[in-house]
Design a protein around this ligand. Structure first.
Ligand code: ZN
Ligand code: ZN
Ligand code: FE
Length: 738
């Protein structure tokens, strides 16, 4: 007999019925069950059948499943009479499993479009391979009465399918049909029902330029016809979003008209998580959707009702998160009536709101920019043992992480600030996570920054508290993902993080492990006048950076006399002035110095403009001279030379290339020196700046050629969402007796 233990994405994805069916076909007896680690199978049968059974498990996986570990042990026969699906077995830690939401599968899509099918045109069709999961779960165990499907008792047909282990709908909790399941409704913005077929009417309204709120899986989308210029314009006004790119939902066969994609990107687009994938635009199509941006975020329809919208000539839908400005995604219509003209909604409640995930394939690596629908609450296995710990996170890209034993569970993305509504969403989700995963924190970790909402929350808990330096937490998040529990060199490049010296860090080369770190190199401190306001006005940074670099900054336009006077005084008197080593701010300053972006309307807009303009000619190897002294990487010389180049008519795309080359050069130099000094071969690259499409791939190339092993965030985002994860590991290593 064989005992088979499989880990990976194997629960809530139709794995047990798949095994059951294979066992019957291969004349195997025994059982299959969900364990806390994955799936356990006991298989008895003739040698040749056992062999094909195992081969077929590996080769014929259900579409949403994937295997990370496949362990086979031989043991004594138990003389099973038949093959059964046994009750789930959980381990002592009681860490249960909650599946992520899954995009509509191809079998269900076929049925949705098949006039003869029982569920033809049913907007909530699903099976064990697809459908909502995380977003509809109230409590555990994950059974229908504990989900928002509890209001829809199954009809006879659905119930029969649900109970049949050979059926694709065996134990699919959200299974439903026209007769017994949820239904669509169309409302106007007074929330009065509109007569007619909701889908047909929605298509008609979209085509006439209306803004629709569409209730999907994890919340509302605000939707317009992407080919309707006026609609795009009015949506930008209504959402107070002048430049930030919108994502487009379209069918796979239409993507080629607007963007390019490779095999890797196609795989991600079609994956069960169905995230928004950042692709390279092609042609000049839909200019105002992602203005001044060579890329565009594209995702495939993932709920059945999305597919139903692509009819009567609708090809490209702008689908943006349904949230009022600066607030998290909404699951009800009420707060969206000012933005939307109509609502395509339904009566299946969303229990756990969950935004669309955003990913990018950065030449070599898949990176997750926003980790939410389809990826949460997937568990991450840790390299160290932890006590129940809560990592409260940072402030931007808000998230929390909970750990217990060797497991880490990170929340979805909540929003990009710590305001009241975002924190409410955070707290509500935290309460659920604690209950689901049976984790009552005994230790809490937070940022060093005392003003963060998350820090204040951590302090309010009355638990032992560890304050973790922001960039140390970033570095630890990568180590955790890659199972590294030893000293590494970390390159952490981002916008803002409170340093141990009270300054604002963000261009850091650290050496350390989970427990402690040494700041080996960092960017020279530069002035950050009145904090936040200069982050939104890069021209003020440009002025200040130029000034302290002994440059004449009078050439700068887009800055008033008064602004200049204030900054002069701030620098002179060192008043209301922060010092920062942030590389994100350096990008902002350079972007404004060469006249790309003086003001920004969304995060990283100026830095992205600088990246986008960068010459694609990789044979341009020139760099700006820089100096490294006592672990400080000089910035003033670089600024001075950039301004000199600008005045002598050097093109902006060339300046940008030279600037990017310079960053890569000083990074490699500092890493090589640090690695030699400490005898370390493992290099960690993280922080939001690692989303840059030039810096990350080139750093990886060069460092690997030099014989280093390079690690980056994979399952967690390189940006501040991962800070909560890193915090839990650092805090655990700082515990007494560890
Ligand atoms: Zn399906
Ligand atoms: Zn039914
Ligand atoms: Fe950060």
């Amino acid at each position: 007999m064989l005992l088979i233990n499989i880990t990976g994405v194997v629960q809530g994805v139709g794995f047990r019925p798949f095994i059951y069916k294979l066992a019957l076909e291969e004349k195997i007896s025994g059982y299959v069950l969900n364990s806390s680690a994955g799936v356990e199978i006991k298989a008895e049968g003739e040698e040749k059948y056992l062999e094909t059974f195992i081969e077929r498990i590996k080769n014929e996986l259900p579409p949403a499943a994937s295997i990370t570990e496949f362990i086979i042990k031989k043991c004594e026969d138990d003389n099973f009479q038949n093959f059964i699906i046994q009750k789930s077995r959980l381990n002592d830690e009681g860490l249960t499993f909650i599946p992520a939401d899954l995009a509509l599968c191809t079998d269900c899509l076929k049925e949705l479009n098949d006039k003869k099918d029982f569920r033809y045109d049913y907007s909530f069709i699903n099976c064990t391979n697809c459908g909502p999961r995380y977003s509809i779960i109230e409590a555990l165990p994950y059974d229908r009465p504990e989900t928002s499907m509890k209001n829809f008792p199954m009809c006879k047909t659905c119930d029969n399918e649900y109970k049949d282990p050979l059926n694709r709908r065996f134990h699919a909790q959200p299974v439903a049909c026209h007769n017994c399941g949820p239904h669509l409704k169309l409302l106007n913005n007074k929330l009065k029902t509109i007569k007619g077929d909701p889908i047909e009417e929605t298509i008609r309204l979209l085509k006439s330029g209306k803004v629709l709120g569409i209730k999907g899986i994890g919340g509302f989308h605000i939707c317009i016809d992407g080919e309707n210029k006026d609609a795009v314009k009015s949506l930008r006004q209504k959402k107070n979003r002048p430049h930030k790119p919108f994502a487009i939902m379209c069918q796979i066969e239409n993507i080629k008209e607007i963007a390019e994609y490779n095999i890797e990107e196609e795989k991600i687009l079609k994956s069960a998580a169905a995230p928004i994938v950042i692709l390279k635009k092609s042609g000049n199509f839909l200019k105002n959707i992602a203005p001044e941006n060579p890329n565009i975020g594209i995702f495939l329809p993932y709920a059945p009702l999305h597919y139903q919208l692509f009819q009567n000539g609708l090809k490209f839908l702008v689908m943006t998160s349904g949230n009022p400005p600066a607030e998290p995604i909404e699951k009800n219509e009420e707060k969206l009536t000012k933005i939307c003209d109509y609502f395509l909604t339904h009566n299946r409640d969303i229990i756990n709101k969950c935004d669309d995930s955003i990913v990018k394939f950065n030449k070599k690596e898949m990176q997750i920019l926003r980790r939410a629908r389809g990826y949460v609450p997937t568990r991450i296995k840790l390299p160290i043992d932890t006590i129940p710990t809560l990592g409260c996170g940072a402030e931007l890209k808000l998230s929390f992480s909970l750990t217990k034993g060797d497991s880490l569970l990170m929340s979805p993305y909540f929003g990009n600030n710590g305001n009241k509504t975002t924190m409410d969403f955070y707290l509500e989700t935290l309460a659920r996570y604690k209950k689901w995963f049976n984790i009552e924190p005994e230790l809490v970790a937070c940022d060093l920054q005392p003003d963060f909402s998350t820090t204040k929350f951590a302090e309010s808990l009355g638990l032992p508290i560890k304050r973790v330096q922001h960039h140390h937490a970033h570095m630890a998040s990568v180590m955790a993902e890659h199972n590294i529990n030893e000293q590494v060199i970390g390159v952490i490049y981002d916008g803002t993080g409170y340093g141990t010296d009270g300054n604002i860090w963000g261009g850091e080369i650290l050496m350390g492990d989970f427990k402690e770190f040494e700041r080996v190199y960092h960017l020279e401190y530069m002035p950050l006048p009145s904090g936040d306001s200069s982050i939104k006005n890069p021209v003020r940074l440009a002025y200040a950076y130029g000034l302290v670099s002994d440059c004449d900054m009078n050439y700068l336009s887009d800055i008033t006399k008064l602004e200049k006077q204030i900054i002069n005084k701030q620098i002179e008197n060192n008043f209301n002035l922060f010092q920062t080593s942030s590389i994100g701010r350096l990008f902002d300053a350079v972007s404004a110095i060469i006249g790309l972006k003086s003001k920004i309307s969304f995060e990283a807009e100026a830095a992205m403009a600088l990246e986008f303009i960068c010459s694609k000619d990789i044979n341009l190897k020139e760099i700006y001279n820089y100096r490294i002294e006592n672990g400080i990487i000089g910035v003033r010389e670089i600024i001075k030379e950039i301004i000199k180049d600008l005045h002598s008519g050097v093109s902006k795309d060339f300046i940008s290339r030279k600037f990017h080359n310079t960053i890569i050069d000083f990074t490699v130099n500092s890493v090589v020196k640090s690695a030699k000094k400490y005898g370390i071969k493992k290099i960690v690259l993280c922080g939001g700046v690692m989303l840059n499409g030039i810096i990350l791939p080139e750093l990886i190339n060069i460092l690997e050629l030099k014989g280093f092993s390079v690690y980056t965030n994979r399952m967690l985002p390189p940006g501040d969402s991962s800070v909560s994860a890193g915090q839990t590991l650092v805090a655990n290593s700082l515990r007494e007796g560890v």
